[in-house]
Design a protein around this ligand. Structure first.
Ligand code: SF4
Ligand code: FE
Length: 498
């Protein structure tokens, strides 16, 4: 296993193509705009060495028996699924942001299960390919980008119907030694500070979309792989000192790229699906189940920090004892813990797949994520309500440091006695970071937009069975237990009642 520092240094061995703000970035590790994202990801490495967190942060590889970072583990039990979400909450608390490594983690687990199933049906060798790749990831403690969301073009059209066939990643050439792929993936969390990229299809596919049914892994610096790093709300504040950003050490969220595959070559031993369109939907759903499981962990860890920051601001403002403040903080806790209940529930209701790996309960994982598309908006609203307007009008750090304005700010930004003005400003900025910026759309769209969850919830909601229940209770259909309870059947009972 690598510790945090070793992880950061390990990135120097790679030379990915990255563009940002009109420039080519020569070294991701030395780019100040990427520092917070790198630090957040590094925490997934560092905590594995803290004896207090060893149990949740590490696991025993079922392939080699060696101790590994849990982010490279294949879940072998319900206990592993539960520890996963405990790890997510812990990391959310320690970074107050997205620590990025879960997407690749979930891709590993989804591919473990699906490659096994593809091989069973099609007599292919994808699972063996995948196991070799997994050993490489576990042995070297690598961070992988889980690369699913295609750019999609006109969303009313299927991949092969698009005017430009490259709007979904697809195979453009099959060679003896491998395949060549072209296309682009959007919202690639953690891409600039990962070692490997794991590509999967983004939707269920039909026979005409065979060339889009492709899954593989390549190093982040593979030839033809181009990353364009995206902007975020208030992102350049991280260059303006340590206060204004609100979370200078770990950043805003994720750190995403538009990832372009400009004819990237993939050797056959790194291919995990190529043309088996009948498994594209299964792979997407399995990945989505794993990733949606997480959101009541990571986002609740972040909410823990926000609740703490909001409670502190109430104290700094002198209103901590007001009953409506206590009530609103209680409401924030209730919302956060409800999401946590969901993550725990889908983990405890997890089960073993034919591959031997465990998967969370898909219905409950989707419920988890659908709640997270809503509740963070509400707990953020409450945080802003309690904290007050300074969340968005606090003077800048530069004005605080300027001798001409420092005294004025210190005089007029004073709250209760005994609290330094600078600390009060830091807390306003932290609440701003956690409740105003990119955190909320990430809760909405990360791991799939609300409609994607609703589709899965509706499909698994078993409304037909529920209609049967209603018919039995209403007396339209026979109730097999009623006669045993009462000695008469419902016909006779109804007659007596008339
Ligand atoms: Fe992990 Fe949460 Fe970030 Fe997704 S949003 S990568 S689950 S920390
Ligand atoms: Fe995410």
């Amino acid at each position: 296993m690598m510790n945090g520092k070793e992880y950061i240094e390990s990135l120097r061995k790679y030379n990915p193509t990255i563009y940002f703000m009109g420039k080519k970035i020569e070294s991701a590790v030395d780019e100040p705009m990427f520092f917070p994202h790198i630090h957040a990801a590094a925490m997934t490495y560092e905590l594995a060495f803290d004896p207090r967190y060893e149990d949740v942060m590490t696991a025993e590889s079922h392939l080699t028996g060696e101790k590994i970072n849990r982010f490279t583990h294949i879940h072998q039990s319900v206990d592993d699924l539960v520890k996963k979400v405990r790890m997510m909450r812990l990391l959310g608390q320690k970074t107050a942001t997205c620590f990025q490594r879960c997407v690749g983690f979930d891709a590993l687990n989804a591919l473990y299960i699906t490659t096994y199933n593809i091989d069973k049906k099609h007599n292919t060798e994808y699972h063996q390919n995948f196991l070799e790749f997994l050993k490489h990831v576990q042995k070297n403690d690598l961070m992988c980008v889980g690369s699913m969301t295609d750019v999609k073009g006109d969303r009313s059209l299927r991949p092969h119907q698009q005017k430009d066939p490259d709007l979904y990643v697809h195979v453009v050439e099959r060679r003896e030694d491998g395949i060549v792929v072209r296309g682009a993936k959007a919202h690639q969390t953690g891409a600039v500070n990962s070692h490997e990229v794991i590509v999967m299809p983004t939707r269920a596919l039909g026979p005409e979309d065979k060339e889009y049914a492709v899954s593989f892994a390549v190093p982040i610096d593979a030839e033809g792989l181009i990353n364009i790093f995206s902007r975020q709300t208030n992102d350049t504040r991280r260059l303006d000192g340590d206060i204004d950003c609100g979370n200078a050490k770990y950043g805003i969220v994720g750190g995403e790229t538009l990832m372009i595959f400009d004819d990237v070559f993939v050797p056959w031993e790194r291919v995990f699906m190529c043309g088996e369109y009948d498994f594209a939907g299964e792979l997407v759903e399995t990945f989505a189940t794993f990733h949606r499981q997480n959101y009541g962990g990571c986002k609740v860890g972040v909410a823990d920090v926000l609740i703490g920051a909001t409670a502190l601001l109430a104290e700094y403002n002198g209103v901590a004892k007001a009953s409506h403040i206590v009530d609103k903080l209680t409401e924030m806790i209730h919302l956060a813990e409800t999401c946590w209940c969901c993550s725990l529930a889908c983990s405890y209701e997890g089960y073993k797949t034919p591959s031997g790996a465990y998967v969370p309960n898909p219905m409950l994982a989707n419920i988890t994520k659908l709640n997270v598309t809503r509740f963070p908006y509400e707990w953020s609203r409450l945080a802003q309500d309690i904290a007050g307007g300074f969340v968005i009008t606090t003077p800048s750090e530069k004005d605080l440091r300027n001798p001409e304005t420092r005294k004025l700010i210190e005089k007029y930004m004073k709250g209760v006695e005994g609290i330094a003005v600078e600390d009060r400003l830091r807390m306003f900025r932290l609440v701003e970071n956690l409740s105003v910026g990119a955190q909320l759309p990430e809760s909405m769209h990360g791991a799939g937009s609300p409609q994607a969850q609703k589709i899965m919830i509706w499909r698994r909601g078993n409304v037909e069975m529920k209609k049967e229940l209603a018919k039995i209770i209403a007396g339209i259909k026979k109730d097999e237990h009623f006669i045993k309870l009462t000695g008469v059947d419902e016909e006779e009972f109804f007659k007596k009642m008339r």
